[in-house]
Design a protein around this ligand. Structure first.
Ligand code: FES
Length: 120
C-alpha cells in the first residue's frame, strides 16, 4: 500500500502540473477563528490567477477553495501534487510562491505551513 501523498503505479498522469487551492472563505466579523477573506484572500487569489495567466502557465490551475480548516494561519493555500501549504500576506508573497514553487519547483520556506503550526 502506498503512503498518503505518494502516487500508485496505476495512477494516470497528472492532469495539471500544479494545482493550487486558495481558501477564500468569509465568516461574519468577530468569529473566533477569523477567516482568510478578511485578510485579503479573494483579492490575492485573483492576483495569483492573473499572474499565472500572464506567464502562460497552461499546466497550472488556480482554484478558489472553501475553508481548509487552518483559518488562524490564513490566508492559506495548498499546492498539489506536493501537498505543500503556504500562508501569505501580500502581492509580493504571492509572486514569490508563484515564481519559486509553481514555476521553479522550489520551496518558499519562510511562508510554508507545517502540521505543528496549527493552534491547539
Ligand atoms: S477560512 Fe481559510 S482556512 Fe478556514
Amino acid at each position: 500500500m502506498s503512503e498518503a501523498g505518494e502516487g500508485s503505479a496505476g495512477d494516470p498522469p497528472l492532469y495539471y502540473g500544479r494545482h493550487v487551492f486558495c481558501c477564500t472563505n468569509t465568516r461574519a466579523p468577530g468569529h473566533p477563528r477569523g477567516c482568510c477573506n478578511e485578510k485579503g484572500a479573494e483579492r490575492l487569489r485573483g492576483v495569483l490567477k492573473k499572474r499565472a495567466k500572464e506567464l502562460g502557465l497552461t499546466d497550472v490551475r488556480i482554484n478558489t477553495a472553501g475553508c481548509l480548516d487552518r483559518c488562524e494561519l490564513g490566508p492559506t493555500m495548498v499546492i498539489y501534487p506536493e501537498g505543500v501549504w503556504y500562508t501569505y500576506r501580500d502581492e509580493a508573497d504571492v509572486e514569490e510562491i508563484l515564481q519559486r514553487h509553481v514555476v521553479g519547483g522550489e520551496r518558499v520556506e519562510r511562508l510554508m505551513l507545517r502540521p505543528g503550526d496549527d493552534p491547539d
